[in-house]
Write a protein that binds this ligand. Sequence first.
Ligand code: HEM
Length: 529
Amino acid sequence: MKIFLKAIFFLLLICFVVAFNNQQLSLPHLFFISLVFFFFPLFLVNIWLVPGGLAWRNPDLNPSKIPGPAGWPFLGILPKMGSHAHRKLASMSSSMGATRLMAFSLGSNRVVITSHPETAKEILCGSSFSDRPIKESASLLMFERAIGFAPSGKYWRHLRRIAANHMFSPKRVLRLECVRQGVCDEMMEKMWKEMSVRGVVELRGILQKGSLRNVIESVFGSGLGLEIEEELGLMVKEGYELISEFYWGDYFPIISSSWVLDFSGVKRRCHKLSLKVKRVVGQVINEERSRLIETVNVINGSRNDYLSVLLSLPQEDQLTHADMVAVLWEMIFRGTDTVSILLEWIMARMVLHQDIQAKAQDEIEKVVGPNRIVQDSDIPNLAYVEAIVKEVLRLHPPGPLLSWARLSTHDVQLGKFFVPAGTTAMVNMWAITHDPSIWNNPWDFKPERFTEEDFPIMGSDLRLAPFGAGRRVCPGKSLGLATVNLWFARLLQQYKWLPVPSTKVDLSECLKLSLELKRPLKCLVVARS
Ligand code: HEM
Protein backbone atom coordinates (compact mmCIF):
# COMPACT_ATOMS: atom_id res chain seq x y z
CA MET A 1 0.00 0.00 0.00
CA LYS A 2 2.76 2.38 1.03
CA ILE A 3 4.69 1.69 -2.17
CA PHE A 4 1.59 2.35 -4.22
CA LEU A 5 0.90 5.70 -2.54
CA LYS A 6 4.53 6.70 -3.03
CA ALA A 7 4.21 5.84 -6.73
CA ILE A 8 1.12 8.09 -7.03
CA PHE A 9 2.92 10.88 -5.26
CA PHE A 10 5.91 10.70 -7.62
CA LEU A 11 3.69 10.48 -10.70
CA LEU A 12 1.81 13.59 -9.60
CA LEU A 13 5.08 15.36 -8.94
CA ILE A 14 6.41 14.47 -12.40
CA CYS A 15 3.12 15.57 -13.96
CA PHE A 16 3.22 19.02 -12.34
CA VAL A 17 6.91 19.53 -13.07
CA VAL A 18 6.24 18.73 -16.74
CA ALA A 19 3.23 21.04 -16.79
CA PHE A 20 5.14 23.83 -15.08
CA ASN A 21 8.09 23.63 -17.52
CA ASN A 22 5.95 23.31 -20.56
CA GLN A 23 4.31 26.62 -21.42
CA GLN A 24 2.15 24.97 -24.12
CA LEU A 25 0.13 22.95 -21.59
CA SER A 26 -3.26 24.50 -21.03
CA LEU A 27 -5.55 24.04 -18.06
CA PRO A 28 -7.63 21.31 -19.76
CA HIS A 29 -4.37 19.45 -20.48
CA LEU A 30 -3.40 19.71 -16.86
CA PHE A 31 -6.82 18.55 -15.79
CA PHE A 32 -6.61 15.55 -18.11
CA ILE A 33 -3.16 14.63 -16.85
CA SER A 34 -4.22 14.84 -13.22
CA LEU A 35 -7.30 12.78 -14.05
CA VAL A 36 -5.15 10.04 -15.58
CA PHE A 37 -2.41 10.13 -13.01
CA PHE A 38 -4.41 10.87 -9.90
CA PHE A 39 -8.05 9.86 -10.13
CA PHE A 40 -7.53 6.68 -12.12
CA PRO A 41 -5.00 5.29 -9.61
CA LEU A 42 -7.33 6.45 -6.83
CA PHE A 43 -10.15 4.53 -8.49
CA LEU A 44 -7.90 1.46 -8.67
CA VAL A 45 -6.92 1.90 -5.03
CA ASN A 46 -10.60 1.92 -4.12
CA ILE A 47 -11.58 -1.22 -5.95
CA TRP A 48 -8.41 -3.23 -5.70
CA LEU A 49 -6.36 -2.19 -2.69
CA VAL A 50 -8.91 -3.33 -0.14
CA PRO A 51 -8.15 -6.06 2.41
CA GLY A 52 -8.40 -9.35 0.55
CA GLY A 53 -8.14 -7.77 -2.91
CA LEU A 54 -10.47 -7.35 -5.86
CA ALA A 55 -12.96 -10.11 -5.07
CA TRP A 56 -13.71 -8.39 -1.75
CA ARG A 57 -14.14 -4.90 -3.26
CA ASN A 58 -17.82 -4.62 -2.26
CA PRO A 59 -17.73 -3.35 1.36
CA ASP A 60 -20.96 -5.25 2.11
CA LEU A 61 -19.03 -8.49 1.57
CA ASN A 62 -16.48 -7.73 4.26
CA PRO A 63 -18.17 -5.56 6.90
CA SER A 64 -16.05 -7.05 9.71
CA LYS A 65 -12.83 -6.27 7.79
CA ILE A 66 -11.18 -9.68 7.64
CA PRO A 67 -7.51 -8.83 7.15
CA GLY A 68 -5.74 -10.02 4.03
CA PRO A 69 -3.36 -9.13 1.21
CA ALA A 70 -4.60 -7.08 -1.74
CA GLY A 71 -2.41 -9.12 -4.09
CA TRP A 72 -2.05 -8.29 -7.77
CA PRO A 73 -4.63 -6.40 -9.81
CA PHE A 74 -7.17 -8.90 -11.19
CA LEU A 75 -5.00 -11.91 -10.25
CA GLY A 76 -5.12 -11.50 -6.47
CA ILE A 77 -2.57 -13.85 -4.95
CA LEU A 78 -2.73 -16.37 -7.81
CA PRO A 79 1.01 -15.90 -8.52
CA LYS A 80 1.73 -17.27 -5.04
CA MET A 81 -0.34 -20.43 -5.43
CA GLY A 82 2.43 -22.63 -6.78
CA SER A 83 4.15 -25.71 -5.41
CA HIS A 84 4.69 -24.09 -1.98
CA ALA A 85 1.29 -22.41 -1.58
CA HIS A 86 0.79 -23.84 1.94
CA ARG A 87 4.06 -22.25 3.15
CA LYS A 88 3.42 -18.90 1.47
CA LEU A 89 -0.13 -18.70 2.83
CA ALA A 90 1.16 -19.63 6.32
CA SER A 91 3.77 -16.88 6.29
CA MET A 92 1.29 -14.30 4.92
CA SER A 93 -1.24 -15.18 7.64
CA SER A 94 1.30 -14.91 10.42
CA SER A 95 2.94 -11.71 9.11
CA MET A 96 -0.49 -10.01 8.83
CA GLY A 97 -1.59 -11.29 12.24
CA ALA A 98 -4.38 -13.14 10.45
CA THR A 99 -3.95 -16.73 11.61
CA ARG A 100 -7.61 -16.93 12.76
CA LEU A 101 -8.88 -15.84 9.36
CA MET A 102 -7.33 -14.21 6.32
CA ALA A 103 -9.19 -13.02 3.24
CA PHE A 104 -7.72 -13.04 -0.26
CA SER A 105 -8.67 -13.19 -3.92
CA LEU A 106 -7.86 -15.88 -6.45
CA GLY A 107 -8.84 -14.13 -9.66
CA SER A 108 -12.50 -13.29 -9.13
CA ASN A 109 -12.93 -15.92 -6.38
CA ARG A 110 -13.39 -14.81 -2.79
CA VAL A 111 -11.41 -16.97 -0.36
CA VAL A 112 -10.79 -17.16 3.40
CA ILE A 113 -8.18 -19.33 5.06
CA THR A 114 -7.57 -20.25 8.68
CA SER A 115 -4.37 -21.44 10.33
CA HIS A 116 -6.01 -21.90 13.72
CA PRO A 117 -7.53 -25.16 15.07
CA GLU A 118 -10.60 -23.51 16.62
CA THR A 119 -11.64 -21.70 13.45
CA ALA A 120 -10.76 -24.83 11.46
CA LYS A 121 -13.26 -26.75 13.61
CA GLU A 122 -15.94 -24.11 12.99
CA ILE A 123 -15.39 -24.35 9.23
CA LEU A 124 -15.09 -28.12 8.90
CA CYS A 125 -17.59 -29.26 11.52
CA GLY A 126 -20.34 -26.66 11.12
CA SER A 127 -23.06 -27.01 8.51
CA SER A 128 -22.28 -23.76 6.65
CA PHE A 129 -19.28 -25.01 4.63
CA SER A 130 -20.61 -28.34 3.48
CA ASP A 131 -20.18 -27.84 -0.28
CA ARG A 132 -16.98 -27.73 -2.27
CA PRO A 133 -15.97 -25.26 -4.99
CA ILE A 134 -15.45 -27.34 -8.10
CA LYS A 135 -12.65 -26.92 -10.60
CA GLU A 136 -13.49 -27.18 -14.28
CA SER A 137 -11.25 -30.23 -14.64
CA ALA A 138 -12.92 -32.04 -11.72
CA SER A 139 -16.31 -31.32 -13.21
CA LEU A 140 -15.31 -32.57 -16.67
CA LEU A 141 -13.82 -35.69 -15.07
CA MET A 142 -17.27 -36.45 -13.55
CA PHE A 143 -16.30 -35.92 -9.90
CA GLU A 144 -19.39 -33.74 -9.45
CA ARG A 145 -21.46 -36.95 -9.53
CA ALA A 146 -19.20 -38.66 -6.97
CA ILE A 147 -18.77 -38.13 -3.22
CA GLY A 148 -15.94 -35.59 -3.31
CA PHE A 149 -17.66 -32.81 -5.22
CA ALA A 150 -21.37 -33.63 -5.15
CA PRO A 151 -23.28 -30.78 -3.49
CA SER A 152 -24.23 -31.71 0.07
CA GLY A 153 -27.80 -32.75 -0.64
CA LYS A 154 -29.77 -35.97 -0.81
CA TYR A 155 -27.64 -37.54 -3.55
CA TRP A 156 -24.36 -36.89 -1.69
CA ARG A 157 -25.81 -38.33 1.57
CA HIS A 158 -26.95 -41.41 -0.34
CA LEU A 159 -23.46 -41.96 -1.79
CA ARG A 160 -21.77 -41.49 1.59
CA ARG A 161 -24.18 -43.94 3.26
CA ILE A 162 -23.57 -46.63 0.65
CA ALA A 163 -19.80 -46.10 0.87
CA ALA A 164 -19.81 -46.13 4.70
CA ASN A 165 -21.82 -49.36 4.80
CA HIS A 166 -20.21 -51.29 1.98
CA MET A 167 -16.80 -49.86 1.08
CA PHE A 168 -15.33 -48.50 4.32
CA SER A 169 -17.16 -50.30 7.15
CA PRO A 170 -14.79 -51.68 9.84
CA LYS A 171 -15.86 -55.23 8.93
CA ARG A 172 -15.01 -54.70 5.29
CA VAL A 173 -11.65 -53.06 6.06
CA LEU A 174 -10.81 -56.17 8.13
CA ARG A 175 -11.93 -58.55 5.37
CA LEU A 176 -9.62 -56.79 2.92
CA GLU A 177 -6.50 -57.68 4.92
CA CYS A 178 -5.74 -60.61 2.60
CA VAL A 179 -5.63 -58.18 -0.35
CA ARG A 180 -3.28 -55.83 1.52
CA GLN A 181 -1.00 -58.73 2.50
CA GLY A 182 -0.92 -60.13 -1.04
CA VAL A 183 -0.09 -56.75 -2.60
CA CYS A 184 2.59 -56.13 0.04
CA ASP A 185 4.25 -59.50 -0.81
CA GLU A 186 4.37 -58.48 -4.48
CA MET A 187 5.80 -55.05 -3.70
CA MET A 188 8.53 -56.42 -1.45
CA GLU A 189 9.53 -58.92 -4.09
CA LYS A 190 9.80 -56.11 -6.66
CA MET A 191 11.89 -54.00 -4.27
CA TRP A 192 14.28 -56.89 -3.69
CA LYS A 193 14.55 -57.57 -7.41
CA GLU A 194 15.24 -53.91 -8.21
CA MET A 195 17.93 -53.82 -5.53
CA SER A 196 19.59 -56.94 -6.96
CA VAL A 197 19.47 -55.68 -10.56
CA ARG A 198 20.14 -51.93 -10.15
CA GLY A 199 21.87 -51.78 -6.78
CA VAL A 200 19.37 -49.14 -5.65
CA VAL A 201 15.60 -48.98 -5.15
CA GLU A 202 13.32 -46.18 -6.30
CA LEU A 203 10.17 -46.70 -4.26
CA ARG A 204 7.68 -44.35 -5.95
CA GLY A 205 6.71 -46.48 -8.96
CA ILE A 206 6.43 -49.67 -6.88
CA LEU A 207 4.28 -48.00 -4.21
CA GLN A 208 2.03 -46.38 -6.82
CA LYS A 209 1.43 -49.70 -8.60
CA GLY A 210 0.86 -51.44 -5.26
CA SER A 211 -1.67 -48.83 -4.08
CA LEU A 212 -3.46 -48.99 -7.42
CA ARG A 213 -3.72 -52.79 -7.32
CA ASN A 214 -4.90 -52.63 -3.69
CA VAL A 215 -7.72 -50.19 -4.42
CA ILE A 216 -8.66 -51.91 -7.70
CA GLU A 217 -9.09 -55.23 -5.89
CA SER A 218 -11.30 -53.69 -3.22
CA VAL A 219 -13.39 -51.86 -5.81
CA PHE A 220 -13.59 -54.41 -8.66
CA GLY A 221 -12.38 -57.63 -7.03
CA SER A 222 -9.50 -59.73 -8.29
CA GLY A 223 -9.01 -60.92 -11.83
CA LEU A 224 -9.59 -57.66 -13.66
CA GLY A 225 -6.63 -58.43 -15.90
CA LEU A 226 -3.26 -56.76 -16.27
CA GLU A 227 -4.21 -54.81 -19.40
CA ILE A 228 -7.19 -53.00 -17.82
CA GLU A 229 -5.21 -52.48 -14.64
CA GLU A 230 -2.44 -50.76 -16.57
CA GLU A 231 -4.97 -48.67 -18.48
CA LEU A 232 -6.58 -47.57 -15.19
CA GLY A 233 -3.14 -46.70 -13.84
CA LEU A 234 -2.46 -44.43 -16.83
CA MET A 235 -5.90 -42.85 -16.49
CA VAL A 236 -5.33 -42.08 -12.77
CA LYS A 237 -1.95 -40.54 -13.65
CA GLU A 238 -3.44 -38.38 -16.39
CA GLY A 239 -6.37 -37.33 -14.16
CA TYR A 240 -3.99 -36.42 -11.36
CA GLU A 241 -1.95 -34.22 -13.72
CA LEU A 242 -5.06 -32.55 -15.14
CA ILE A 243 -6.56 -31.74 -11.72
CA SER A 244 -3.21 -30.38 -10.51
CA GLU A 245 -2.78 -28.22 -13.62
CA PHE A 246 -3.44 -24.48 -13.48
CA TYR A 247 -6.48 -23.49 -15.52
CA TRP A 248 -7.47 -19.81 -15.98
CA GLY A 249 -11.15 -20.62 -16.24
CA ASP A 250 -11.24 -21.71 -12.57
CA TYR A 251 -10.52 -18.10 -11.58
CA PHE A 252 -12.19 -16.17 -14.41
CA PRO A 253 -15.60 -17.70 -15.24
CA ILE A 254 -15.74 -15.87 -18.57
CA ILE A 255 -12.86 -18.07 -19.79
CA SER A 256 -14.32 -21.30 -18.49
CA SER A 257 -17.31 -21.06 -20.85
CA SER A 258 -15.02 -20.92 -23.87
CA TRP A 259 -13.23 -23.82 -25.53
CA VAL A 260 -11.28 -21.35 -27.68
CA LEU A 261 -9.56 -19.82 -24.65
CA ASP A 262 -8.46 -23.25 -23.42
CA PHE A 263 -4.79 -22.30 -24.04
CA SER A 264 -3.22 -25.23 -22.18
CA GLY A 265 -5.66 -27.77 -23.61
CA VAL A 266 -6.86 -28.83 -20.13
CA LYS A 267 -10.51 -28.99 -21.19
CA ARG A 268 -9.77 -30.94 -24.34
CA ARG A 269 -7.65 -33.45 -22.42
CA CYS A 270 -10.27 -33.79 -19.66
CA HIS A 271 -12.96 -34.43 -22.24
CA LYS A 272 -10.83 -37.13 -23.88
CA LEU A 273 -10.01 -38.74 -20.55
CA SER A 274 -13.63 -38.76 -19.39
CA LEU A 275 -14.62 -40.61 -22.58
CA LYS A 276 -11.95 -43.18 -21.83
CA VAL A 277 -13.11 -43.54 -18.21
CA LYS A 278 -16.68 -44.06 -19.39
CA ARG A 279 -15.52 -46.72 -21.85
CA VAL A 280 -13.16 -48.66 -19.55
CA VAL A 281 -15.10 -48.45 -16.26
CA GLY A 282 -18.40 -48.82 -18.15
CA GLN A 283 -17.17 -52.04 -19.74
CA VAL A 284 -16.13 -53.49 -16.36
CA ILE A 285 -19.58 -52.64 -14.95
CA ASN A 286 -21.37 -54.25 -17.89
CA GLU A 287 -19.30 -57.42 -17.65
CA GLU A 288 -19.90 -57.67 -13.92
CA ARG A 289 -23.61 -57.05 -14.42
CA SER A 290 -23.95 -59.96 -16.84
CA ARG A 291 -21.84 -62.21 -14.59
CA LEU A 292 -24.11 -61.36 -11.65
CA ILE A 293 -27.24 -62.34 -13.53
CA GLU A 294 -25.75 -65.79 -13.94
CA THR A 295 -24.43 -66.24 -10.40
CA VAL A 296 -25.75 -66.09 -6.84
CA ASN A 297 -26.42 -63.07 -4.66
CA VAL A 298 -23.24 -61.20 -3.83
CA ILE A 299 -23.57 -60.02 -0.28
CA ASN A 300 -24.25 -63.53 0.98
CA GLY A 301 -21.99 -65.08 -1.61
CA SER A 302 -18.24 -65.16 -1.99
CA ARG A 303 -17.67 -61.82 -3.78
CA ASN A 304 -16.89 -58.83 -1.64
CA ASP A 305 -15.94 -56.08 -4.09
CA TYR A 306 -17.65 -52.69 -4.12
CA LEU A 307 -18.91 -52.95 -7.69
CA SER A 308 -20.80 -56.18 -6.98
CA VAL A 309 -22.31 -54.60 -3.89
CA LEU A 310 -23.46 -51.53 -5.88
CA LEU A 311 -25.04 -53.77 -8.52
CA SER A 312 -26.90 -55.74 -5.87
CA LEU A 313 -28.44 -52.83 -3.99
CA PRO A 314 -32.24 -52.83 -3.62
CA GLN A 315 -34.05 -51.15 -6.48
CA GLU A 316 -34.71 -47.90 -4.56
CA ASP A 317 -30.99 -47.48 -3.74
CA GLN A 318 -29.65 -48.31 -7.22
CA LEU A 319 -27.39 -45.78 -8.99
CA THR A 320 -27.65 -45.07 -12.70
CA HIS A 321 -24.92 -46.47 -14.95
CA ALA A 322 -23.36 -42.99 -15.39
CA ASP A 323 -23.33 -42.28 -11.65
CA MET A 324 -21.80 -45.68 -10.94
CA VAL A 325 -18.97 -44.93 -13.40
CA ALA A 326 -18.27 -41.63 -11.57
CA VAL A 327 -18.37 -43.21 -8.11
CA LEU A 328 -16.07 -46.14 -8.94
CA TRP A 329 -13.64 -43.91 -10.84
CA GLU A 330 -13.42 -41.57 -7.85
CA MET A 331 -12.58 -44.44 -5.47
CA ILE A 332 -9.74 -45.62 -7.70
CA PHE A 333 -8.54 -42.06 -8.19
CA ARG A 334 -8.59 -41.00 -4.52
CA GLY A 335 -7.37 -44.29 -3.09
CA THR A 336 -4.19 -44.55 -5.18
CA ASP A 337 -2.03 -41.46 -4.70
CA THR A 338 -2.85 -40.64 -1.05
CA VAL A 339 -1.53 -43.97 0.24
CA SER A 340 1.59 -44.18 -1.94
CA ILE A 341 2.60 -40.56 -1.30
CA LEU A 342 2.29 -40.96 2.46
CA LEU A 343 4.33 -44.17 2.42
CA GLU A 344 7.10 -42.56 0.39
CA TRP A 345 7.36 -39.76 3.01
CA ILE A 346 7.46 -42.33 5.82
CA MET A 347 10.24 -44.31 4.17
CA ALA A 348 12.22 -41.12 3.44
CA ARG A 349 12.09 -40.31 7.15
CA MET A 350 13.17 -43.87 8.02
CA VAL A 351 16.17 -43.70 5.71
CA LEU A 352 17.09 -40.34 7.22
CA HIS A 353 16.61 -41.32 10.89
CA GLN A 354 18.35 -44.68 11.28
CA ASP A 355 17.99 -44.64 15.09
CA ILE A 356 14.20 -44.28 14.85
CA GLN A 357 14.06 -47.05 12.24
CA ALA A 358 16.01 -49.39 14.55
CA LYS A 359 13.75 -48.58 17.49
CA ALA A 360 10.63 -49.39 15.44
CA GLN A 361 12.21 -52.66 14.25
CA ASP A 362 12.95 -53.63 17.87
CA GLU A 363 9.33 -53.01 18.74
CA ILE A 364 8.12 -55.17 15.84
CA GLU A 365 10.46 -57.99 16.93
CA LYS A 366 9.22 -57.84 20.50
CA VAL A 367 5.52 -57.78 19.59
CA VAL A 368 5.44 -60.06 16.52
CA GLY A 369 8.45 -62.30 17.07
CA PRO A 370 10.71 -63.80 14.40
CA ASN A 371 8.44 -66.51 12.99
CA ARG A 372 5.49 -64.77 11.40
CA ILE A 373 4.71 -61.65 9.41
CA VAL A 374 2.97 -58.58 10.87
CA GLN A 375 -0.82 -58.68 10.72
CA ASP A 376 -3.52 -56.04 11.12
CA SER A 377 -4.24 -57.30 14.62
CA ASP A 378 -0.64 -56.47 15.67
CA ILE A 379 -0.94 -52.78 14.78
CA PRO A 380 -2.66 -51.60 18.00
CA ASN A 381 0.28 -53.13 19.90
CA LEU A 382 2.89 -51.35 17.76
CA ALA A 383 2.63 -47.96 19.47
CA TYR A 384 5.94 -46.65 18.16
CA VAL A 385 5.20 -47.64 14.55
CA GLU A 386 1.84 -45.85 14.79
CA ALA A 387 3.55 -42.82 16.35
CA ILE A 388 5.94 -42.60 13.37
CA VAL A 389 2.99 -42.57 10.96
CA LYS A 390 1.34 -39.79 12.98
CA GLU A 391 4.54 -37.76 13.10
CA VAL A 392 4.91 -38.02 9.31
CA LEU A 393 1.27 -36.97 8.87
CA ARG A 394 2.04 -33.98 11.08
CA LEU A 395 5.21 -32.88 9.30
CA HIS A 396 4.18 -33.83 5.77
CA PRO A 397 0.35 -33.91 5.61
CA PRO A 398 -0.59 -35.25 2.12
CA GLY A 399 -3.29 -32.56 2.00
CA PRO A 400 -1.62 -29.50 3.59
CA LEU A 401 -4.59 -27.36 2.54
CA LEU A 402 -6.86 -30.41 3.01
CA SER A 403 -6.71 -31.10 -0.76
CA TRP A 404 -10.17 -29.89 -1.60
CA ALA A 405 -11.59 -26.70 -0.11
CA ARG A 406 -15.08 -26.00 1.19
CA LEU A 407 -17.69 -23.51 0.01
CA SER A 408 -20.10 -21.55 2.22
CA THR A 409 -23.70 -22.29 1.29
CA HIS A 410 -25.02 -19.26 3.21
CA ASP A 411 -23.80 -16.19 5.13
CA VAL A 412 -22.02 -17.25 8.29
CA GLN A 413 -20.32 -15.72 11.32
CA LEU A 414 -16.85 -17.18 12.13
CA GLY A 415 -15.88 -15.79 15.52
CA LYS A 416 -15.96 -12.04 15.08
CA PHE A 417 -15.83 -12.23 11.28
CA PHE A 418 -18.73 -12.26 8.84
CA VAL A 419 -18.23 -14.54 5.81
CA PRO A 420 -20.70 -14.17 2.93
CA ALA A 421 -22.33 -17.07 1.08
CA GLY A 422 -20.34 -18.38 -1.89
CA THR A 423 -16.95 -17.89 -0.23
CA THR A 424 -14.33 -20.60 -0.57
CA ALA A 425 -12.87 -21.63 2.80
CA MET A 426 -9.52 -23.34 3.24
CA VAL A 427 -7.84 -24.82 6.29
CA ASN A 428 -4.07 -24.58 6.33
CA MET A 429 -3.42 -27.84 8.18
CA TRP A 430 0.29 -27.53 7.40
CA ALA A 431 0.43 -24.16 9.23
CA ILE A 432 -1.40 -25.64 12.24
CA THR A 433 0.89 -28.68 12.45
CA HIS A 434 3.98 -26.43 12.29
CA ASP A 435 2.76 -23.83 14.78
CA PRO A 436 5.24 -23.47 17.68
CA SER A 437 2.45 -22.29 19.99
CA ILE A 438 0.76 -25.68 19.50
CA TRP A 439 3.70 -28.08 19.04
CA ASN A 440 7.03 -28.15 20.90
CA ASN A 441 9.90 -27.81 18.41
CA PRO A 442 7.53 -28.33 15.48
CA TRP A 443 10.31 -28.80 12.91
CA ASP A 444 11.87 -31.77 14.74
CA PHE A 445 10.97 -35.30 13.70
CA LYS A 446 10.05 -36.77 17.06
CA PRO A 447 7.55 -39.69 17.07
CA GLU A 448 7.90 -39.88 20.87
CA ARG A 449 5.53 -36.91 21.15
CA PHE A 450 2.73 -39.33 20.19
CA THR A 451 3.70 -42.18 22.51
CA GLU A 452 3.16 -40.06 25.61
CA GLU A 453 -0.56 -39.59 24.97
CA ASP A 454 -3.09 -41.23 22.67
CA PHE A 455 -3.60 -38.44 20.16
CA PRO A 456 -6.64 -38.93 17.86
CA ILE A 457 -5.97 -38.08 14.21
CA MET A 458 -9.34 -38.94 12.66
CA GLY A 459 -10.81 -35.45 12.91
CA SER A 460 -11.87 -34.91 16.53
CA ASP A 461 -8.79 -32.81 17.42
CA LEU A 462 -8.07 -30.10 14.86
CA ARG A 463 -4.43 -29.70 15.97
CA LEU A 464 -3.75 -32.68 13.70
CA ALA A 465 -6.54 -33.64 11.29
CA PRO A 466 -4.86 -34.91 8.10
CA PHE A 467 -8.14 -36.50 6.95
CA GLY A 468 -10.20 -33.36 7.52
CA ALA A 469 -13.20 -33.33 9.87
CA GLY A 470 -16.96 -32.98 10.05
CA ARG A 471 -19.56 -34.11 7.54
CA ARG A 472 -17.12 -34.19 4.64
CA VAL A 473 -14.25 -35.87 6.49
CA CYS A 474 -12.35 -38.41 4.38
CA PRO A 475 -14.51 -41.55 4.22
CA GLY A 476 -11.45 -43.65 3.28
CA LYS A 477 -9.44 -42.74 6.37
CA SER A 478 -9.66 -46.14 8.13
CA LEU A 479 -8.94 -48.09 4.97
CA GLY A 480 -6.07 -45.74 4.06
CA LEU A 481 -4.53 -45.87 7.52
CA ALA A 482 -4.92 -49.66 7.82
CA THR A 483 -3.03 -50.02 4.53
CA VAL A 484 -0.27 -47.58 5.43
CA ASN A 485 0.29 -49.03 8.93
CA LEU A 486 0.42 -52.63 7.75
CA TRP A 487 2.68 -52.02 4.75
CA PHE A 488 5.02 -49.80 6.74
CA ALA A 489 5.38 -52.35 9.55
CA ARG A 490 6.03 -55.15 7.05
CA LEU A 491 8.64 -53.14 5.12
CA LEU A 492 10.50 -52.53 8.38
CA GLN A 493 10.13 -56.13 9.53
CA GLN A 494 11.62 -57.57 6.36
CA TYR A 495 14.30 -55.04 5.33
CA LYS A 496 16.74 -52.53 6.69
CA TRP A 497 16.51 -49.23 4.77
CA LEU A 498 19.72 -47.35 4.10
CA PRO A 499 20.65 -44.12 2.31
CA VAL A 500 22.54 -44.30 -0.98
CA PRO A 501 26.20 -43.71 0.02
CA SER A 502 27.37 -40.09 -0.28
CA THR A 503 23.89 -38.74 -1.06
CA LYS A 504 21.63 -36.89 1.35
CA VAL A 505 17.95 -37.76 1.68
CA ASP A 506 16.20 -34.92 -0.13
CA LEU A 507 13.05 -33.83 1.69
CA SER A 508 12.17 -31.01 -0.75
CA GLU A 509 8.43 -30.96 -1.32
CA CYS A 510 6.09 -30.07 -4.14
CA LEU A 511 2.37 -29.39 -3.79
CA LYS A 512 0.26 -30.78 -6.62
CA LEU A 513 -3.11 -32.30 -5.72
CA SER A 514 -1.21 -33.78 -2.74
CA LEU A 515 2.06 -32.78 -1.11
CA GLU A 516 4.71 -35.00 -2.67
CA LEU A 517 8.44 -35.45 -2.31
CA LYS A 518 9.82 -33.29 -5.11
CA ARG A 519 12.27 -35.98 -6.22
CA PRO A 520 11.53 -39.70 -5.91
CA LEU A 521 13.23 -41.34 -2.92
CA LYS A 522 16.18 -43.57 -3.78
CA CYS A 523 17.59 -45.92 -1.13
CA LEU A 524 19.18 -49.30 -0.46
CA VAL A 525 17.47 -52.34 1.05
CA VAL A 526 19.22 -55.06 3.01
CA ALA A 527 17.45 -58.20 4.20
CA ARG A 528 17.15 -58.44 7.99
CA SER A 529 18.18 -61.78 9.39
C1 HEM B 1 -3.49 -41.50 3.61
C2 HEM B 1 -4.62 -41.51 3.05
C3 HEM B 1 -5.62 -40.36 2.87
C4 HEM B 1 -5.56 -39.03 3.23
C5 HEM B 1 -4.43 -38.31 3.97
C6 HEM B 1 -6.80 -38.41 2.81
C7 HEM B 1 -7.15 -37.08 3.01
C8 HEM B 1 -8.38 -36.53 2.69
C9 HEM B 1 -8.78 -35.17 3.01
C10 HEM B 1 -7.93 -34.15 3.73
C11 HEM B 1 -10.05 -34.99 2.53
C12 HEM B 1 -10.90 -33.71 2.66
C13 HEM B 1 -11.71 -33.80 3.95
C14 HEM B 1 -12.48 -32.56 4.34
O1 HEM B 1 -12.87 -31.74 3.49
O2 HEM B 1 -12.74 -32.39 5.56
C15 HEM B 1 -10.45 -36.24 1.90
C16 HEM B 1 -11.67 -36.45 1.27
C17 HEM B 1 -11.99 -37.60 0.61
N1 HEM B 1 -11.25 -38.77 0.56
FE1 HEM B 1 -9.48 -39.11 1.48
N2 HEM B 1 -7.57 -39.37 2.18
C18 HEM B 1 -6.89 -40.58 2.22
C19 HEM B 1 -7.31 -41.79 1.70
C20 HEM B 1 -8.46 -41.98 0.99
C21 HEM B 1 -8.88 -43.23 0.40
C22 HEM B 1 -8.09 -44.55 0.49
C23 HEM B 1 -10.07 -43.00 -0.24
C24 HEM B 1 -10.92 -43.94 -1.04
C25 HEM B 1 -10.61 -45.11 -1.52
C26 HEM B 1 -10.41 -41.61 -0.03
C27 HEM B 1 -11.55 -40.98 -0.51
C28 HEM B 1 -11.93 -39.68 -0.21
C29 HEM B 1 -13.18 -39.09 -0.67
C30 HEM B 1 -14.23 -39.76 -1.55
C31 HEM B 1 -13.22 -37.78 -0.14
C32 HEM B 1 -14.35 -36.74 -0.33
C33 HEM B 1 -15.32 -36.79 0.86
C34 HEM B 1 -16.50 -35.82 0.75
O3 HEM B 1 -16.38 -34.76 0.15
O4 HEM B 1 -17.59 -36.14 1.29
N3 HEM B 1 -9.42 -41.02 0.71
N4 HEM B 1 -9.42 -37.16 2.02
